[in-house]
Design a protein around this ligand. Structure first.
Ligand SMILES: C[S@@+](CC[C@H](N)C(=O)[O-])C[C@H]1O[C@@H](n2cnc3c(N)ncnc32)[C@H](O)[C@@H]1O
Length: 212
């Protein structure tokens, strides 16, 4: 479905800041899904310990199959089926957190404590990568994105019992947890956003939006 509808755009969003993750040593990937980001990350970083958490066993089996098919050893990679809303993450353990197309699954009342719990598991100078959909501020791009969001939430709420019925911007919660926006790439007429947030930095230096 991803290939038919998005033609590689989602993967480009997931990997927009991959070059910034080469030195990561302890990585938490939440809601990893079927392993697209995991595979790309592992190709560029063979030594990091990686904990992938997803509530879907099917998704993690697909992720595991994807790695094996690509000849990527599973050594150092832990795939755990768990509900991110109710799992005990080790405090201060991870220097990289990845939540691609995951935070948009949660309504505001779940998102704030969830981001707090994830941030608690991140190190003092951790990086946080997140790709997600967004709604541009104005113009035709806004109408287009709003229609796509409406369709997506309607579909996924029916098919997967998704709790959220709209997008909640996680930015203020990340800032409250001490993260600063370090880079942003926007694509597909403003529909897709890829962020690099870092903790332990004084100023925000977002990169200019990329092309459509
Ligand atoms: C929209 S998919 C995104 C998958 C992948 N990260 C990607 O970039 O395509 C959301 C993923 O989050 C998982 N998920 C949803 N709610 C979850 C929860 N409460 N705890 C853990 N995983 C969850 C789903 O099983 C699914 O794999």
């Amino acid at each position: 479905m991803e290939c038919v509808l998005a033609g590689g755009k989602l993967q480009r969003s997931r990997t927009a800041f991959l070059g910034e993750t080469r030195a990561a040593q302890s990585v938490l990937i939440l809601g990893e899904g079927n392993g697209r980001f995991l595979e790309a990350f592992r190709r560029g970083n063979a030594s990091a310990r990686i904990l992938c958490i997803d509530s879907s066993e099917q998704m993690l089996l697909r992720a595991r199959y994807r790695l094996l098919k690509s000849g990527i050893p599973l050594h150092g990679i832990t795939l755990t089926v768990a509900d991110a809303l109710n799992c005990n993450l080790p405090p201060g353990a991870f220097d990289l957190v990845v939540t691609h197309f995951f935070l948009d699954c949660f309504p505001p009342e779940q998102l704030r404590p969830l981001i707090g719990a994830i941030a608690n598991a991140a190190q003092a100078k951790a990086a946080w990568l997140l790709a997600d959909f967004q709604i541009p501020a104005r113009g035709m791009a806004r109408y287009r994105a709003s229609a796509i969001h409406w369709l997506m939430y309607m579909y996924f709420r029916r098919v997967t019992r998704l709790a959220a019925d709209r997008l909640t911007d996680p930015g203020s919660h990340l800032q409250a947890a001490g993260f600063v926006l370090n880079g942003r790439a926007v694509s597909d007429w403003g529909l897709l956003r890829s962020d690099l947030w870092r903790r332990g930095q004084a100023t925000s230096r977002p990169s200019p939006p990329s092309g459509r």
